[in-house]
Design a protein around this ligand. Structure first.
Ligand code: SAM
Ligand code: SF4
Length: 496
């Protein structure tokens, strides 16, 4: 299956299966080694850091060799069938290690654990522990249970858990960019999507703890934070817990919602307000966020982005389909016209803004003409990047229950190939438009291909490569004149 993932930081293909290593040793070493590898979106990678923090408190040290480990965890993704297949294949590879070391605890965490629950223990005999995304605090007990000879499951979903008080140990990091979860779960029920079932109800994390974590990151030398949530525009937090849990604040008697530019006081904080609070930490801290939902993104958020130089001009706005009938079947709750209106608002309020998207081809009953509406949407928006997928039916979702997965695979694939080719064209057009312009780039490190070159990202999230200049180090901003490009990268040189 082709999945084109250009420049994604929220789902980074190169990080799939990455093993996480703690840079610092726990205060009290219990002599046991933890191996943890992660799949799927940035939220999962961020969760693995929470898991590592919880177990580090109990004295575990990390290893990057599962053959050497006492506890082997795999943090899983269920979003498409191939994501689950990848995890099954990986579990097979752990079998030899478990045979050599029968005391080794093998655990499955995350979305696939939540979806399959105890069935996992029946299906995969080597698995000892199955833990859903809201139950990580219980891991030390669950490991004890396995040590005493039982297999253990905790897949309880929570309406409150945000792990707000746990400072994640940042693993395998460049010390420059960090992901910060601002909310968990999703209430949207898009008909194709398994996330509401695997990650539970939407809840927003305490704004004060988010600002504290970002401030701490800045003080440690980090220069970019990406605020993560499935639908960041519905972020809402109040000192009053009922409102933070996403309950209706429009009802009579509800507390005032804090927008950008207002004092925190006792009011509720919306996403524009939170963005502003994080932007105000320091002008040298870049702020990114993902994912925006077209039905919820407000002009207020766009004006907040426009107001602060350090909030990056880049919005990930998944369209999924350009056809209103298909969008309705997908339960996206917006039409083609609504989406275009939001794109027009972005172009009006933040003219330099880059826009990326997610597209699904071959959703149930999609006709060729309806697919062409997606193609013309791409012509209209001219996305900077796109993450494109063939529809993959997921058990238990509304679409799996209500509609036949009736588009043959070769048609799904041909449609995907068509939009992948189109996107490549527009990615090139968008980068060509930057040639001859100066980009403010945060240096992330040496380029993968040569230690003679640095790499970093522009405000609009384009990868920029330029010759090393010893006066500047990773973590610093430089101005780079863009001189050449491919469809994925800008190349240039530092200018004063
Ligand atoms: N919350 C985000 C949103 O609403 O856009 C994205 C969540 S999901 C982790 C990332 C992307 O995976 C979706 O935008 C969608 O394009 C894709 N996706 C989700 N379920 C899928 C499915 N059953 N088949 C194919 N792609 C799917
Ligand atoms: Fe899934 Fe829709 Fe929620 Fe995104 S908004 S996580 S696609 S249900």
């Amino acid at each position: 299956m082709i999945e084109l993932e250009l420049q994604s930081k929220t789902h980074d293909e190169e990080r799939q299966g990455e093993a996480l290593m703690l840079e610092i040793l726990p205060e009290k070493n219990n002599g046991r080694k933890l191996y943890i590898e992660s799949y799927g979106c940035a939220m999962n990678f961020s969760d693995s850091e929470i898991v590592a923090s919880i177990l580090s408190e109990k004295g575990f040290v990390t290893t990057n060799d599962f053959n050497n480990a006492d506890v082997v965890f795999i943090n899983t993704c269920s979003i498409r069938e191939n994501a689950e297949q990848r995890v099954r294949n990986r579990l097979n590879e752990f079998k030899g290690a478990k045979r050599k070391n029968p005391g080794m605890v093998v655990g499955v965490l995350g979305c696939m654990a939540e979806r399959l629950k105890a069935k996992f223990l029946e299906e995969e005999k080597l698995v000892d522990v199955v833990v859903g995304p809201d139950a990580y605090r219980d891991l030390p007990n669950l490991i004890e249970q396995v040590d005493s000879g039982q297999r253990a499951v905790n897949v309880l979903l929570s309406r409150e858990e945000t792990y707000a008080d746990i400072s994640p140990l940042r693993l395998n990091t460049n010390g420059i960019n960090a992901f910060v979860s601002i909310m968990r779960g999703c209430d949207n029920m898009c008909s194709f999507c398994v996330v509401p079932f695997t990650r539970g109800r939407e809840r927003s994390r305490d704004a004060v703890s988010i600002v504290a974590e970002c401030t701490d990151l800045f003080n440690q030398g980090y220069r970019e934070v990406t605020l993560l949530g499935q639908n960041v525009d519905s972020y809402k937090w109040a000192p009053h817990p009922a409102l933070s849990k996403g309950e209706d604040s429009d009802k009579p008697g509800a507390e005032k919602v804090l927008s950008s530019g207002e004092d925190l006081g006792e009011a509720t904080v919306n996403f524009a307000g939170l963005l502003e609070m994080v932007a105000l930490i320091n002008p040298d801290l870049r702020v990114r966020f993902s994912t925006s939902h077209p039905k919820d993104i407000t002009d207020e958020v766009l004006y907040t982005i426009a107001k602060y130089d350090n909030i990056c001009n880049y919005i990930h706005l998944p369209v999924q389909s350009g056809n209103s009938r298909v969008l309705d079947l997908m339960n996206r709750t917006y039409t083609r016209e609504w989406y275009i209106d939001r794109v027009d608002a972005i172009r009006r309020i933040i003219p330099e803004c880059a826009i990326s998207t997610d597209v699904i081809t071959g959703f149930c009953t999609e006709t060729d003409e309806e697919h062409q509406d997606t193609v013309t949407m791409m012509d209209y928006v001219q996305y900077d990047y796109a993450y494109m997928f063939m529809y993959s039916e997921r058990p238990g979702t509304l679409a799996a229950k209500k509609y036949a997965d009736d588009i043959p695979e070769p048609i799904k694939k041909a449609r995907l190939e068509e939009i992948v080719a189109k996107q490549r064209q527009y990615s090139l057009v968008r980068l060509q438009a930057q040639l001859g312009k100066v980009q403010k780039v945060l240096i992330e490190g040496y380029s993968k291909k040569s230690d003679q070159d640095y790499c970093g990202r522009s405000d609009q999230n384009a990868m920029v490569i330029f010759p090393v200049d010893e006066r500047f180090k990773p973590g610093q901003y430089v101005n780079v004149m863009a001189e050449r490009c491919t469809s994925a990268t800008l190349m240039g040189k530092i200018v004063d």
